[in-house]
Design a protein around this ligand. Sequence first.
Ligand SMILES: Nc1ncnc2c1ncn2[C@@H]1O[C@H](COP(=O)(O)OP(=O)(O)OP(=O)(O)O)[C@@H](O)[C@H]1O
Length: 359
Amino acid sequence: MNWDASDTAPDAGPERLVGAAADREDQAVEAALRPKDLNEFIGQERVRQQLDLVLKAARQRGATADHVLLSGAPGLGKTTLSMIIAAEMGVPIRITSGPAIQHAGDLAAILSSLQEGEVLFLDEIHRMSRPAEEMLYMAMEDFRVDVVVGKGPGATAIPLELPPFTLVGATTRAGLLPPPLRDRFGFTAHMEFYGPAELERVIHRSAGLLDVSVAVEGAAEIAGRSRGTPRIANRLLRRVRDYAQVRADGVITQEIAAKALEVYEVDERGLDRLDRAVLHALLNLFGGGPVGLSTLAVAVGEERETVEEVAEPFLVREGLLARTPRGRIATPAAWAHLGLTPPQGGGAGGPGQTGLFGP
Ligand SMILES: Nc1ncnc2c1ncn2[C@@H]1O[C@H](COP(=O)(O)OP(=O)(O)OP(=O)(O)O)[C@@H](O)[C@H]1O
């Protein structure tokens, strides 16, 4: 499944090269590409420094590290960081996810089998069921859970002591976490999108591990199309490597990277076919808007949800499209990106178009 910043968004086709969620090939190769310690982890300077302090202090005290909440879009390194936390603390890690824990009993079984100091990585923590979430409050605070035995009036709660552990929760939607859960994390880190220079370093590092030869300009070309996301950078690197191997001498130059990504329809700003179709429709059919989401979706032959949740977040982030109460409008940057001239006296958001298509 490939989509941006939302785990409930619809799929935009299996071959979405710039989707931020991990596909099967990513899962197979990512283990080999993950940085193993904080020094190897590229970018996110502030998070790295803060986490370094939290972990060093815990180690000096001989204590278990505080619970850590990592928030940020898919593919920015939350799973990687959780593994680094365990490695830096010299403890094992157990990995599970919110949707996998539907019953409080599932969580009790995991918690009661943890070793002392172990890291429990709970991905998509905002998607846990409510009873499990409530059990987690007590487990995080008191290292204890109440296991309910029996049903109805005869049900009894048996307290169960847990070994101290470190919960690392990851979420793409920190705002969806109930405050009592959020408050129980000793350290919260928000992961930002990566800058081009950081992505270039990710690409050079991965190229080294994959034994691929990449020129400085080649890495820059891939970085610019990676939508601020290391996972996408690594994926584009693999596709460009294929092209360089089949069509050239294996070396990734700027020209090879640009040609390869043209074949895969990822443009110089990281937009793919769907993103550009939305922009084209908005500019060419609706004069830059405002246009209602449903109309826009019909124009590009996609579901409304696909346009809203798969294409739009990145277009908005890039400042190419704006969501307004009157509908979607294109920004001047969108016209420039597609090499088009905005219509005179109106265009995007022009007064004459109000109400034409309704939001
Ligand atoms: N800071 C970084 N330096 C180097 N590589 C990184 C960095 N962050 C992420 N990566 C690489 O990007 C890939 C995706 O990272 P990871 O699986 O940790 O992301 P995630 O935020 O957990 O994604 P999801 O939310 O989908 O689980 C991994 O292969 C990892 O090696």
